[in-house]
Design a protein around this ligand. Sequence first.
Ligand SMILES: NC(=O)c1ccc[n+]([C@@H]2O[C@H](COP(=O)([O-])OP(=O)(O)OC[C@H]3O[C@@H](n4cnc5c(N)ncnc54)[C@H](O)[C@@H]3O)[C@@H](O)[C@H]2O)c1
Length: 448
Amino acid sequence: MASAAVSASPYLISASQGERLFLAPREYQASFLANDQINLGLIGSGIQGIYDTRAALSVDGVKVVAACDLYQGRLDRAKELWGDTLFTTRDYRELLERPDIDAVIVATPDHWHQKITIAALNAGKHVYCEKPMVQKWEEGQEIIATQKSSGKICQIGSQGMSSLVNEKGKQLYEDGAIGELVMLDFYNDRYSAEGAWQYPIPPDQNPDTVDFDTFLGNAPKVPYDAKRFFRWRNYKDYGTGVAGDLFVHAFSSLHYMIDSMGPTSALATGGLRYWKDGRDVPDVSITLYDFPKTKTHAAFNAVFRVNFIAGSGGGSGFKLIGTEGELEIGWNSVTVKRSKLNMAPGDYSMVAFTEATQEQIRNNHVHPREKTRKSALKTGTTTWESPRDYKGSHHDHFYNFFTAIREKGNVIQDPTFGLRAAGAAILANESYYKKQPVEWNPVLMKTV
Ligand SMILES: NC(=O)c1ccc[n+]([C@@H]2O[C@H](COP(=O)([O-])OP(=O)(O)OC[C@H]3O[C@@H](n4cnc5c(N)ncnc54)[C@H](O)[C@@H]3O)[C@@H](O)[C@H]2O)c1
């Protein structure tokens, strides 16, 4: 099968304001045999379930045959999108019983991921489980064990990690483009109500169209509440806060690029400052993580922060800062900045020396870092962009999943990887609610 590799020689498109290059497109296996079709069932036909299914259907030889959801309007929407012959149900167990289904997407709220993923693997289905893999890190080992015993494929859904730019970022990091990693800076500032999880509540919601009791699952029993159902992220009983929603993507990409198992401690702060709409999770969240020295990276510190009240309009960033440069990973581009190190001292410090001494210092100046510089890569700014016709990371993540099913291979984000990313993210919540630092063993994947 054709590999999905990035060419070493990208195409130059412009050389002003730093070099801008296009990454070479990926190559995909052209098509699959008719008897190779994978029949898919969707469990949780909400926003991400629809985006996931679209991405899945963009891979050759995949058909969606069933959808499950707890709100009737979402099942109606599924038929509107994928045809009246689609099997629909409110009970995921009915979907799992169907022998015509090979694989399922689990795109329910976080508190259902573990139970449905395990049930699906035990029913002999391959599983694409949305991130964060688990709501509580303690739930992770059972998924890992069930995936192994079932022999089925399980891909976790932080799709950004499968992007061309993540792959290029990894290659640049391994080539020493930033020297040793010193700091990781991740932020996401949002302004809109939708960005702050104020999702629309449909006018036809009521206890008949919504199966609220099933939605609650093992969470505490509360009376019917449409806000809890349609805006579940705002409640810690069902979601994982910004850590499980957003930090987890950054952890997945970071762990992949630098080949890390994760941090050893987290210290979180923040608060609920603006969105006082009944939610019980913070809308400002800042967490400091410590990563230990390993074979693949030096010890470094990471700052993860999310703000849902950005009056400036918002924005996001994800930057690896190293001894020799920095690597900025965007949605569609990766930029390396490497500065010249042979800078002579400036006027600021030279002012107190005679002209003759200044001259001597300038002539003999060697930047202290020059001796320890590891990479011979050139200085300056270089940006690599995905090609214009790139199918995107979501396509690639599903392509990787379906290829692993067809070829009995491995996925890029298996449950162990998924638990390391989710566990690191969830650590922020533990620290926030306990108001103290929390230590984590990234090898054993549990708190210390
Ligand atoms: N990978 C990404 O970029 C990405 C983006 C958004 C969301 N997500 C993840 O996808 C998941 C879903 O998020 P969303 O934004 O689509 O939420 P959503 O509320 O739009 O959709 C969730 C759906 O699950 C249904 N549901 C709830 N419990 C169920 C159950 N027991 N059985 C069947 N259906 C059930 C709900 O009725 C709802 O329609 C979350 O875990 C979220 O973290 C991932």
